[in-house]
Structures are given as structure tokens and as C-alpha cells.
Design a protein around this ligand. Structure first.
Ligand code: 6PG
Length: 250
């Protein structure tokens, strides 16, 4: 990977994407811990990152986790035991397999009365752990994101008012196209990250990938991810990159 503001890497398959993602994860984590004593991280849900979480879980004693503070890029407003919960996915594929008895992982308080209260509480937790002053944004060292075929990322969906949120760090999202209400990091937080890595695979996303990488359709939330000071890397398999003019990435 280079230190360009945006990099597009097209790889043969999910296995190769995962290898590159794991290497980048370790490099970013070690640098953050060296420079600031801790690694501030946010993971997404969905199917694509499962292979990546399983790969990380193979190194059970990886010392990185001792200094890692793990948040969620987004969450469904369901009990943590529910199979639709992103925290449940990350806990079962990764956290439960690591040899640590205490862990700095921060699930969304989905037991709150409403998704709006859960979002507010998550914002308060982020402010607490990052020791933020009023109006200060958290600087995540790494935010891992996926993308839907409609160009959504985290739980930022096309044409949703959450895309215009400029003040809050999190917000609640609900629309009839999605079974569950959601809580998501907002764009100001995502665009404050030092590193954002997208994992995108499969032909069904090829159209959205072409628009996000080559077009300027700002209706696609993933197009709005442009870290102001950091780097965004799109790790894409050949199927998802199948419509790109430059199939080798950039
Ligand atoms: C979620 C995710 C979501 C995901 C995309 C891609 O809560 O569902 O955070 O933003 O990254 O929908 O999902 P897949 O990896 O399953 O295609």
C-alpha cells in the first residue's frame, strides 16, 4: 500500500483481499500503539469481513489486542445475542477466540429504550474513551467498512438524512427497506479517520464499485468517504472490480 489519499487494489479473490487487509491492520495497529499507546478501531458487520475476522482470530495471543479499543462502525438495534447483531458476529468469529480475559470492546447499548437513545449513549461512550472536548471529533486509527450494492456503507443509506449529520458522532437510522433499525457512525467521524479500508467482493457490487471509484454519484454514501487527513483503501476482488476501466485498480 502507498500513502496516497485513496488507493484501489483489485485482487483475485476474498482470500487475497483478507491477506492484504490483515497485513494493513497489523501495520496500522503497531504504528498507532507505538505513537499513541493505543489502537482505536471500528469494525463493520455483514458477510464480507467474516474471513478477515477469522484470520485475525488465528493469532490468539496477538499483543495488539491488549492496546486496542474496538468500536462498531454500525449496529442493528437488536439484542446482542441476536444473529443479526454485528457485535454478535464479531464476538463469535473473533473476540471469543482471543486469549484475553478483559477486552476494550464497546458494543452499542441496544438494551436502550429506543435506537435514538442507543445512538446518543454510543456517542457518549466514544467521547468518554477518546477523551473528546466539546465539538471535537474522534480520530480512529482504522475504520473497516463494507459496501452494499446500493452504495451504502456502515448504516449510511442513499438519500437518508443521516448523510447530512454534521454535529453528532452517531445517529439512529430507520427505513422500511431494512428489517432492523440501525445505529451508525456519521460521515464526519468516518472522514476523520487516519485509515479507512473497504472490503468489497462479488459481481453484484460491480455497478456500485464503478460509480464510487470512477463516477461522482454522491447519492452513493460510499462515494462520500473521503478522509480529510487520512487514507482510504478499497480492497476489491476481480468480480466487484469487473466494470472498472482500470481493472488493476489505482
Ligand atoms: C451491516 C454492515 C453493512 C455492510 C454492507 C455490506 O450492518 O450490514 O455494516 O454496511 O458492510 O451491507 O455487507 P456484506 O459484506 O454482507 O455484503
Amino acid at each position: 500500500m502507498t500513502n496516497k489519499a485513496r488507493e484501489v487494489i483489485v485482487l483475485e479473490n476474498l482470500e487475497q483481499m483478507t491477506e492484504v487487509a490483515v497485513d494493513a491492520f497489523k501495520k496500522i495497529a503497531k504504528q498507532a500503539i507505538k505513537e499513541r499507546g493505543r489502537f482505536m478501531l471500528a469494525f463493520s458487520g455483514g458477510k464480507t469481513p467474516v474471513n478477515f475476522y477469522q484470520k485475525l482470530a488465528q493469532n490468539k495471543k496477538c499483543s495488539i489486542w491488549d492496546n486496542t479499543h474496538l468500536f462498531l462502525s454500525d449496529e442493528r438495534f437488536v439484542p446482542l445475542q441476536n444473529s443479526a447483531s454485528n457485535f454478535h458476529l464479531i464476538k463469535s468469529t473473533l473476540l471469543d477466540k482471543l486469549c484475553f480475559n478483559h477486552f476494550h470492546a464497546y458494543p452499542v447499548e441496544v438494551a436502550a429504550e429506543t435506537s435514538s437513545i442507543a445512538a446518543k449513549k454510543y456517542e457518549e461512550k466514544i467521547r468518554e474513551i477518546f477523551h473528546l472536548k466539546e465539538n471535537e471529533l474522534p480520530e480512529f486509527d482504522l475504520i473497516m467498512l463494507g459496501m452494499g450494492a446500493d452504495g451504502h456503507t456502515a448504516s449510511l443509506f442513499p438519500n437518508d438524512s443521516s448523510l447530512n449529520e454534521k454535529r453528532h458522532l452517531t445517529c439512529a437510522v430507520s427505513n422500511d427497506q431494512h428489517e432492523h433499525e440501525r445505529i451508525t457512525l456519521t460521515l464526519p467521524v468516518i472522514n476523520r479517520a487516519r485509515n479507512v479500508i473497504f472490503l468489497i467482493e462479488g459481481a453484484k457490487k460491480a455497478e456500485a464499485v464503478k460509480v464510487v471509484i470512477e463516477g461522482q454519484n454522491l447519492n452513493y454514501p460510499a462515494s462520500l468517504v473521503k478522509p480529510s487527513l487520512g487514507q482510504v483503501v478499497f480492497l476489491i476482488d476481480t468480480a466487484a472490480g469487473g466494470l472498472l476501466s482500470n481493472k488493476g485498480g489505482e
